[in-house]
Design a protein around this ligand. Structure first.
Ligand code: DGT
Ligand code: CA
Ligand code: CA
Ligand code: ZN
Length: 597
């Protein structure tokens, strides 16, 4: 976490606590300031060192907030915040994870009932105490009760977008050590799962203790959970990070083993057994001449773990130094980590029909981005320039149209859209890549769009997304999304379920039915690369790929740096077996033109 992120998080916590105590307006000011501190290119500690005036130069940061920022950077705390925490000793993040519960609700329920955490919230709801509190009713109470389990579950797993930067940072600091030969992330992060339980890192080295020591001293490590010989665990940014150190000649086997998934490993290990081979975290061994239990290798984990390490290095080593070699020695093409979920990848690898997965470098442009015409913070030219700087061949602006789910006059109506066309043409003169004029239209609860057909017809590209009525049942959701997909002007179905990972589950439509409709109407299904969304997910992508519907990997960027989230979308598409040829925005400029026309 950069210092800017850290300061922003404190300001947001302050805003939540202020709001919970009934303060008006100020919380909004603190949240806006937090956002700008987070986005600010200069390190906040350097500005703070120059003084309050330098900090107050940041957009939306006034003198009072600047003083608090300097106080925090200098002393490590904000006195007023510390006082508020004492006044309101609640698990704010846990409680507000419940859909429909905001800081104000937290404040009211603490005052009335002394609720401080999820367990107490659930107990109070079950006992019917919440509906007795003024301002609350039976419906609210029932909603809380319904939403607590999802909130609880979501507290246990970290979003990929939060964990991956931590893993990358740890990896970089380990790779810097002299004695480290190779270093890789493994586990669910390497498979790019949308949420992860913990971060797993693997290092190849002849040394042990100095690496463990460097790891527990790593800047971002807040606490050491355990430190042993050849392994250690720390807590960083709220997430557990596990490190294992192995000998270089065993690195490939260990990488294969610790990448998982468990189900994939079982399938691969069974294939080894069929060939009189034994696969474990130390290597792949030929055990055809070995008698007895050590050779059994029946995939029984308890046995493998209970055995002495040396007893597991039995027979002749066939592979283990590099991971591809392990797969090849089993007559398999090397299987990309994103596919390792035991969903047919082992059979495909055996038969030489693994997909040619899309890669981050394949993207030629982003088809879903925002500007300051709606809720983005940057101009059309700034966003398009940022796209150009990332090597893209084209850029598509899709600001929000008005409609359900758009609050506070954020969306563009028909006349705004017409006006924006002229602004796009103007910006296009300043930028070296073509800018297309699109829109993110709202899919209403019935599947209709809230922008008129004539306006949609005049645009280069239409992304249609659901933003409201996300609690619909499966049948309603399916009909709704199919209708949107079949709309003659819709090119891309944006973030199809509307889920926010760890915040709200979103729609749960029949993905096969939507994929089939998208395929026959020639509409792309978006993988929204915002790490809070990753929507469509891998399973949905796979249904689309199998149905022959195109995929669009879009960032939905509201600021230039959010264009860099594209990698999360690409790896999510890979989890859905998407090939480069399946991806609409991997097509050339002409390819895109002929698709949208
Ligand atoms: P997570 O952390 O819950 O998101 O999921 P993973 O897949 O990262 O699981 P984790 O951290 O428990 O272990 C990392 C990998 O190591 C896992 O995918 C497979 C492998 N592994 C760990 N323990 C075992 C085990 O007891 N048996 C087998 N077969 N594999 C294991
Ligand atoms: Ca893990
Ligand atoms: Ca682990
Ligand atoms: Zn949207």
């Amino acid at each position: 976490m950069s210092r800017n992120d850290e300061v922003a998080t404190r300001l947001e916590e302050f805003a939540d606590l202020l709001e919970a105590t009934g303060v008006e307006y100020k919380p909004t000011a603190y949240r806006r300031a937090a956002e700008n501190v987070r986005e600010h290119p200069a390190p906040i500690e350097e500005l703070a060192a120059e003084g309050e005036d330098a900090v107050a130069e940041i957009d939306r940061v006034g003198d009072a907030i600047a003083a608090k920022i300097v106080e925090y950077v200098e002393t490590g705390e904000i006195e007023e915040l510390t006082d508020l925490r004492e006044e309101l000793p609640v698990d704010m993040a846990g409680l507000t994870a419940v859909e429909g519960v905001g800081p104000k609700t937290v404040g009211s329920l603490y005052d009335a009932l002394g609720v401080t955490d999820l367990d107490e919230l659930e107990a109070a709801a079950k006992a019917g105490e919440i509906q007795e509190v003024s301002g609350f009713g039976a419906v609210t109470e029932q909603n809380i009760l319904d939403n607590v389990p999802f909130a609880r579950e979501s507290r246990e797993r970290t979003r990929l977008g939060d964990a991956r930067p931590v893993a990358d940072d740890a990896l970089a600091s380990l790779a810097d050590l002299d004695s480290v030969r190779s270093a890789e992330v493994c586990g669910s992060i390497r498979r790019w799962k949308p949420t992860i339980g913990d971060v797993d890192l693997l290092v190849a080295s002849e040394e042990r203790d100095p690496i463990v020591e460097a790891f527990t001293d790593w800047d971002a490590a807040d606490a050491t959970i355990e430190a042993g010989t050849g392994k250690a665990s720390v807590r960083a940014d709220g997430t557990r990070v596990d490190l294992r150190i192995v000998d270089p000649d065993e690195f490939g086997a260990a990488l294969q083993y610790f990448t998982g998934s468990r189900a994939h490993n079982v399938a691969v290990r069974n294939r080894a057994i069929d060939r009189d081979l034994k696969l474990n975290e130390y290597g792949l061994f030929d055990v055809s001449d070995v008698e007895g239990e050590a050779a059994a290798g029946d995939g029984d984990e308890a046995d493998v773990e209970a055995a002495e390490p040396d007893a597991t290095r039995v027979g002749d080593r066939v592979a283990g130094e590099d991971e591809d070699g392990v797969y090849r020695a089993l007559d398999l093409d090397p299987i990309p980590p994103e596919l390792r979920e035991d969903r047919g990848e082992v059979e495909a690898a055996a038969e030489g029909r693994l997909p040619f997965l899309v890669e981050p470098g394949d993207l030629r442009g982003d088809l879903h981005t925002h500007t300051d015409w709606s809720d983005g913070a940057f101009s059309i030219a700034e966003m398009a320039t940022a796209a150009d700087e990332r090597g893209y061949d084209y850029h598509v602006v899709t600001d929000h149209a008005t409609g359900p789910g758009m609050v506070g006059g954020v969306g563009l109506d028909e006349s705004d859209i017409e006006e924006q066309a002229a602004a796009i043409a103007e910006a296009a003169e300043e930028v070296d890549i073509p800018i297309f004029h699109g829109i993110e239209a709202n899919i209403d609860a019935d599947g209709g769009l809230s922008t008129d057909d004539e306006t949609l017809a005049a645009l280069d590209l239409v992304v249609a997304s659901p933003h409201a009525a996300l609690g619909q049942d499966r049948e309603e959701a399916t009909e709704r999304l199919i209708r949107a997909v079949e709309h003659p002007h819709v090119d891309v179905l944006g973030h199809p379920t509307g889920r926010l990972i760890n915040e709200r589950p979103g729609l749960d439509p029949d993905i096969e039915a939507i994929a089939a409709a998208a395929s026959s109407s020639g509409t792309a299904i978006e993988v929204n690369a915002n790490p809070a969304r990753l929507d469509a997910d891998g399973e949905f992508v796979r249904a689309a790929v199998e149905a022959g519907a195109p995929i669009a990997v879009n960032t939905d960027a509201h600021a230039p740096r959010e264009l860099d989230n594209a990698r999360y979308g690409v790896h999510t598409a890979r989890r859905g077996w998407a090939e480069t040829s399946n991806v609409l925005n991997a097509r050339s400029l002409n390819g895109l033109r002929s698709f949208v026309l």
